[in-house]
Ligand binder design. Structure first.
Ligand SMILES: [Cu+2]
Length: 139
């Protein structure tokens, strides 16, 4: 719970335009450098407040699970998960990433993820075979 609060604080700073100050040092060294440049957009997708491109995951209210976009380039992203059901969850797993919402949780959760080339599996843990999709990461 405290981790979620910290994330929210980080987002609030980003919305105020202070994301460069708030960015962790490792993003400035190893990331795609979006956080380090205020003037030029480093990627071809629209940047959200905070300087990172967004990946949006949605689950529910029915037996549906999705991610948008379904393909991105390697890099660091703001992941926004809209969990619209108390009987499903949204769970992404792959190289360096393992993020999920709670099954009874309903609402929006935000994460920062760094993805490498490859496929990231997304599913509901209650219905892993019938509710699944994937995110493809490629240059
Ligand atoms: Cu489910």
């Amino acid at each position: 719970m405290s981790r979620f609060t910290q994330r929210s604080g980080f987002l609030a700073l980003g919305a105020a335009g202070l994301s460069v100050v708030a960015a962790p040092a490792d993003m400035l060294v190893g990331g795609p450098s979006q956080a380090g440049h205020q003037t030029a957009a480093a990627s071809n997708a629209p940047a959200a407040a905070g300087g990172l491109d967004r990946i949006v995951g949605t689950v529910g209210p029915g037996f549906t699970i999705s991610v948008s976009p379904r393909r991105v380039q390697p890099g660091t992203y703001r992941l926004v998960v809209r969990d619209r059901s108390s009987m499903h969850n949204w769970h992404i797993r792959g190289s360096g990433v393992n993020k999920q919402t709670g099954i009874p949780f309903q609402g929006t959760r935000r994460f920062t993820i760094e993805v490498d080339a490859g496929r990231y599996r997304i599913n509901c843990d209650v219905h892993p075979t019938s509710m699944r999709t994937s995110l493809r990461v490629a240059r």
